[in-house]
Design a protein around this ligand. Structure first.
Ligand code: TXA
Ligand code: MG
Length: 323
């Protein structure tokens, strides 16, 4: 059931979390499915609801430094520097875990993903539940993450409570930086740009040692229900394929003619706006009855790296259009 995220609704959600239930709530990145991170049975419900494989670790969401110390061991200096600059916000750090975190949360890994979200509803809920909250994106495994309460309800209708805090400001999942190895590494591009991280801690290695341990990084993920194909520009898309297709554009383009539907993600091509609107557009177009979605690429700098990462995973394995 969707409820506006009033103080009373947040208190009810905190109560459900304390009782070991699962509730959906907004963060600034995407909507998530939360449970008490210290309660293995509650966390198991998340995996069941999402149809998520047990080898895919969850991110633990915290509201303050005490909760961080509860789930993660002493942070390296570079990790501290990142938390000082980017928490609360769309940054997840993979750190050595404490024994308070049950193995189901981390898929048996000795590390835990930790994030302090910035969204006022998420913060109030975690504070009020009084426990760190394990929270993956509130979608069925492999499909597009929700950026609005209605997206959650469309995929996971039987949840006891979906807190509605409006559309997500960032619209892409958090950036994940791992401190599991000696050198910090970027595991997932996301809401904080790589360039901004590197300004604080210097050059980052791209990708971890064990890609199989980051299933959010499976080649096909974040996928809408119809085949998606990336195009460098609208004019490259064959005219014969347009009538049955929807087109996703970062900004308006006079070459975008003859499509069944055209969706423009921003007025000016600003990547923050493109990111904020991307998943809602994929949800809409995925349900629109089109034969195919074409998405026009953005430059791979700043947030463009995360946008292109999600578009590539959404397009992976989709059969190519006949020309
Ligand atoms: O923005 C976000 O991060 C959203 C919101 C709800 O906070 N959450 C999210 O969670 O995207 P999820 O479960 O969809 O993606 C979590 C990913 C995993 O698939 C895995 O790739 C990585 O985080 N991860 C979590 N813990 C890890 C660990 N200990 N080592 C390596 N990767 C980890
Ligand atoms: Mg996810």
């Amino acid at each position: 059931m969707i409820r506006p995220a009033t103080a009373a609704a947040i208190a009810a959600a905190a109560d459900l979390i304390r009782r070991g239930e699962v509730v959906a709530f907004p963060t600034e990145t995407v909507y998530g499915l939360g449970a008490d991170a210290t309660n293995a049975e509650a966390v198991a419900r998340i995996f069941a609801i999402k149809h998520r494989p047990s080898f895919d670790p969850l991110i633990v969401h915290i509201a303050n430094a005490a909760m961080c110390a509860m789930v993660a061991r002493a942070l390296p200096a570079a990790a501290v520097a990142l938390t000082e600059r980017f928490w609360p916000g769309p940054l997840t750090l993979v750190l050595p875990k404490t024994e308070r975190v049950p193995g189901i949360v981390t898929a048996g890994l000795p590390t835990v993903g930790v994030r302090m979200p910035e969204h006022p509803v998420a913060r109030a809920l975690i504070e009020s539940a009084g426990t760190p909250i394990a929270e993956p994106s509130a979608n069925r495994f492999g499909s597009v993450s929700p950026t609005a309460a209605a997206h959650v309800e469309a995929q996971l209708a039987s949840l006891p409570l979906i807190l509605d805090g409006g559309p997500c400001r960032v619209g892409l999942e958090s950036t994940i930086v791992s401190f599991a190895d000696t050198e910090p590494a970027l595991l997932r591009p996301g809401g904080i740009a790589l360039e901004d991280l590197e300004r604080v801690i210097g050059p980052l290695r791209i990708g971890g040692d064990s890609p199989s341990l980051a299933p959010g990084q499976l080649p096909r993920h974040y996928a809408p229900r119809v085949p998606l194909e990336i195009a460098a520009a609208a004019r490259d898309i064959p005219v014969s394929a347009r009538a049955a297709a929807a087109l996703l554009l970062p900004r308006a383009d006079p070459d975008a003619r003859g499509f069944a539907h055209v969706e423009v993600l921003s007025d000016d091509g600003a990547l923050t706006t493109v990111a904020a609107n991307l998943f809602a557009a994929l949800h809409r177009l995925g349900a629109g009855g089109y034969a195919r979605i074409y998405a026009v690429a953005v430059p791979e700098t700043g947030l463009g790296r995360a946008i292109m990462d999600r578009l590539r995973r959404a397009s992976e394995g989709a059969p190519a259009a006949r020309r």
